[in-house]
Design a protein around this ligand. Structure first.
Ligand code: DGP
Length: 226
């Protein structure tokens, strides 16, 4: 018998080259393996989802094939999450665990770094399904850059990542103060195996006991809970 009423919503966040995508795949596999051979009840999402019409616009922007106003691209990234929001909620409601590689926190961090007001950046994210836990892969921009492999995309530069990291720190602090939805920092400078183990330790207790309604991001702070 399972006492799970709904799926858990797990988000992995971090700077570029922090190992997010690798760790998301490893965690996805491990969650699937823990389903006792029954139909896998875990889905892995990646934001931005570049396959949708909005995602294709984001992809062109990231590859510098198009130019967009900072606010316009911010809203597109957010819209890309909103277009999948009902799907996330439906999965969770039917008991499927949802694992997301990046989410609203990246949205705030990458845009606020450009000088857009923090609250303005947060506003379009208010009301999205809220993660039960956010795993922030913590790495210094210097170590991330030293790993090599920055590609040619728009934000893949050390000075950009430094600014993004500062905003992430602010978000993490606010999340801890609010005490809603866990924000867990993981030392991403460790080996791949050690990081995977830490992630597993953080999510394992959660996935079997998720209970209660799916909450919404910051719904009480901006009155966005309609
Ligand atoms: P990824 O596919 O995870 O490598 O992400 C592509 C790039 O886009 C990466 O540099 C981080 C950035 N990014 C991810 N999500 C958002 C977002 O919501 N807003 C902005 N401005 N940038 C984002």
């Amino acid at each position: 018998m399972s006492n799970s009423k709904r799926g858990a919503f797990i988000v992995i966040e971090g700077l570029d080259r922090s190992g997010k995508s690798t760790q998301a795949s490893l965690l996805h596999e491990r969650l699937q393996d823990s389903q006792d051979g029954t139909i896998p009840k875990v889905v892995l999402l990646k934001f931005p989802d570049r396959t949708t019409a909005i995602g294709k616009m984001i992809d062109a922007y990231l590859r510098s094939e198009s130019e967009l106003d900072d606010r316009a691209i911010h809203l597109l990234f957010s819209a890309n999450r909103w277009e999948l929001a009902s799907m996330i909620t439906a999965h969770l409601a039917e008991g499927t665990t949802v694992l997301a590689d990046r989410y609203a926190f990246s949205g705030i961090a990458f845009s606020a770094r450009k000088g857009l007001p923090y609250e303005w950046c947060r506003a379009p994210e208010v009301g999205l399904p809220a993660p039960d836990i956010t795993l922030f892969l913590n790495i210094s921009p210097k170590v991330a850059a030293a790993r090599g492999g920055y590609g040619l995309e728009r934000y893949e530069k050390e000075e950009v990542q430094k600014g993004v990291r500062q905003v992430f720190d602010k978000i993490g602090q606010a999340m801890r103060e609010e005490g809603k939805g866990k924000w867990v920092e993981i030392d991403a400078g460790k080996s791949k195996e050690e990081v995977a183990e830490e992630l597993w330790r953080a999510v394992q207790p959660l996935v079997s006991v998720v209970d209660g309604p799916i909450s919404k991001l910051w719904e009480t702070t901006l009155g966005g809970g309609s």
